[in-house]
Design a protein around this ligand. Structure first.
Ligand code: F6P
Length: 545
């Protein structure tokens, strides 16, 4: 069974939404609240330890009804069933999309090409558990007999962003091992990282699904050369492990076959942190916490699969996103976690959203006539408030903003926590309410400024408000809640891709640059400039000479 191909703009819901937009596009958010005393309750979802308030969005009951109808008309429910069942919904690569299987309990069955994969997953999880315990306990040591102290994850894209983001997010749960991440093929960064390390006590985890990625292989090679300055070739097998589908290339790199952690082609790179690609996470926080991360994700999977759409967090957030992207023509969405632990979440989500849904050909192979993947960006609050919030509040662009925070401080730092959360709530309130002429002038009238100056200042101090936001409030930052949060975004991305009628699980767009880079590198090595456009020729000449 394959995904249906339905042009969303041809559905009756889309046409009705277009008309409906004219009715509500000028309505101020504050008016929606005045008109409906129960709005905040109606437009919020409580699920496990999540509270999602989407009432500060420019929608009303009709918008919600029509968006839900859009999901129905584009056959989202049917697509969800195909997704979880292991159907090859990554049709351009003829693959299933089953990162969800990695967090499904082993007693369930999921078939890929007629084979139950849950038993295979169980085996690999035991391998991760055993290895994690051997490293953390000091049972496995480095070549000189000393216990490992440092883990270096070498990978890029999904082989870096997921493990890195989660390791930082769960730093509170981290054990004695220090984690490092090398991704960019920037030799300075590699050397800067190695400078702090002792080869005797460093374990390298080389993560590459294909084991052919230029950056990862170059970085791994440099690390190997550094390592061999103090050790011998036989020691490589104790200090380098690999996560990959490509056993041939890993073995020729010198990795012991017992330390090759398999991946499967039904796990996309940007959704791979739940697989062996999460080995660095497991090493950093211990297998039991890694497993809790998977459990949290599984709970969200179940919520997504089974909840009616009007109470389904990923579906509702996907629909709101489409509402702004396709009807309000918003170009970007900001994601602002009010937790420093989540400082890498925006970068992680950029890959997840933009590599998945940055597509312009529909599922019938035709160019698309509407907007798809929105641009995701963000940073942690309150830092972001002091950096770019000015533009969100008073700029000319509409930027739907998502706020994420935890009710509890992990260190019970109540004083800080209250201030942090107060800032979050204050921003959403300010974005919505703005500040009227009356408010601004009565505030200025309490000052000693001359009347003439007050009159000049007023327009600059007015905030129109009506800036939408969604708030996600979670009880506590735990492996489980982070698992659920990431899974929420994965499903939201899926739902958006389905409605936009695109394929979300390939990434052909990144290939062209990779191919050209290989050709240009050869030209640099041989100091010959082949045929390029004028600008690239000049750049190359400037660099070579
Ligand atoms: O940039 C494209 C990409 O294929 C990502 O999707 C992937 O996460 C990354 O490269 C790394 O690929 P690999 O794990 O094969 O090294």
């Amino acid at each position: 069974m394959s995904l249906a191909s339905i042009d969303p703009t041809k559905t009756s819901a889309w046409k009705a939404l277009q008309k409906h937009l004219d009715n509500i596009k000028d309505t101020h958010l504050t008016t929606f609240f005045k008109e409906n005393k129960n709005r905040a309750n109606e437009l919020s979802i409580k699920w496990n330890d999540f509270f999602v308030d989407y009432s500060k969005n420019r929608i009303d009951a009709t918008t919600k009804k029509l968006l839900l109808q859009l999901a129905e008309e584009t056959k989202l429910k049917e697509a969800i069933n195909l997704y979880f069942s292991g159907a090859p919904i990554n049709q351009t690569e003829k693959r299933a999309v089953l990162h969800t299987a990695l967090r499904t309990p082993a007693n369930k069955t999921i078939h890929v090409d007629g084979k139950n994969i849950t038993q295979e997953i169980k085996k690999v999880k035991s391998q991760i558990k055993e290895f994690t315990e051997a490293i953390i306990s000091g049972k496995n040591t480095g070549y000189s007999g000393k216990a490992f102290t440092d883990i270096v994850n070498i990978g890029i894209g999904g082989s870096d962003l997921g493990p890195h983001m989660i390791t930082e997010a769960l730093a509170f749960y981290q054990n004695h091992l220090t984690s490092h991440f090398i991704s960019n093929v920037d030799g300075d960064h590699v050397q800067q990282t190695l400078k702090k390390l002792n080869p005797e006590t460093t374990l390298f985890v080389v993560v590459s699904k294909t084991f052919s990625t230029q950056e990862t292989l170059t970085n791994a090679q440099t690390c190997k050369e550094w390592f061999l300055q103090k050790s011998s070739t036989e020691d490589i097998s104790h200090h380098f492990v690999a996560v990959s589908c490509n056993t041939e290339n890993t073995t020729s790199f010198g990795i012991n076959q017992h330390y090759i952690f398999p991946m499967w082609d039904w796990v996309g790179g940007r959704f791979s942190l739940w697989s062996s690609a999460g080995l660095s996470i497991s090493l950093s926080i211990g297998y039991h916490h890694f497993n809790a991360l998977l459990e949290g994700a599984f709970e969200m999977d179940t919520h997504f699969k089974e909840s009616p759409f009007d109470e389904n967090i990923p579906v509702i957030l996907a629909l709101i996103s489409i509402w702004y992207n396709n009807f309000f023509k918003a170009e970007t969405e900001a994601i602002i976690p009010y937790s420093q632990y989540l400082h890498k979440l925006p970068a992680y989500l950029q890959q997840a959203f933009m590599e998945s849904n940055g597509k312009s050909i529909d599922r019938d192979g035709n160019p698309i006539s509407y907007q798809t993947g929105s641009i995701i960006w963000g940073a942690t609050g309150t830092n972001a408030q002091h950096a770019f919030f000015q533009l969100i509040h008073q700029g000319t662009k509409l930027i739907p903003t998502e706020f994420i925070a935890f009710k509890e401080s992990l260190f019970q730092e109540e004083k800080h926590q209250d201030k942090l959360i107060a800032n979050f709530f204050a921003q959403t309130e300010a974005l919505m309410n703005g500040k009227s002429t009356e408010e601004v002038s009565s505030e200025l009238n309490t000052t000693t400024l001359p009347e003439e100056q007050i009159a000049k200042l007023i327009p600059y101090k007015i905030f129109k408000g009506n800036k939408p936001s969604t708030s996600i409030l979670i009880n506590k930052l735990t492996p489980k809640s982070i698992g659920a949060l990431v899974s929420l975004y994965e499903h939201r991305i899926f739902a958006q891709g389905i409605i936009w009628n695109i394929y979300s699980y390939d990434q052909w767009g990144v290939e062209l640059g990779k191919q050209l880079a290989i050709r240009i590198e050869q030209e640099i090595n041989t100091k010959t400039v082949n045929k390029h456009d004028q600008s690239t020729t000049n750049l190359l000449t400037e660099y070579i000479n």
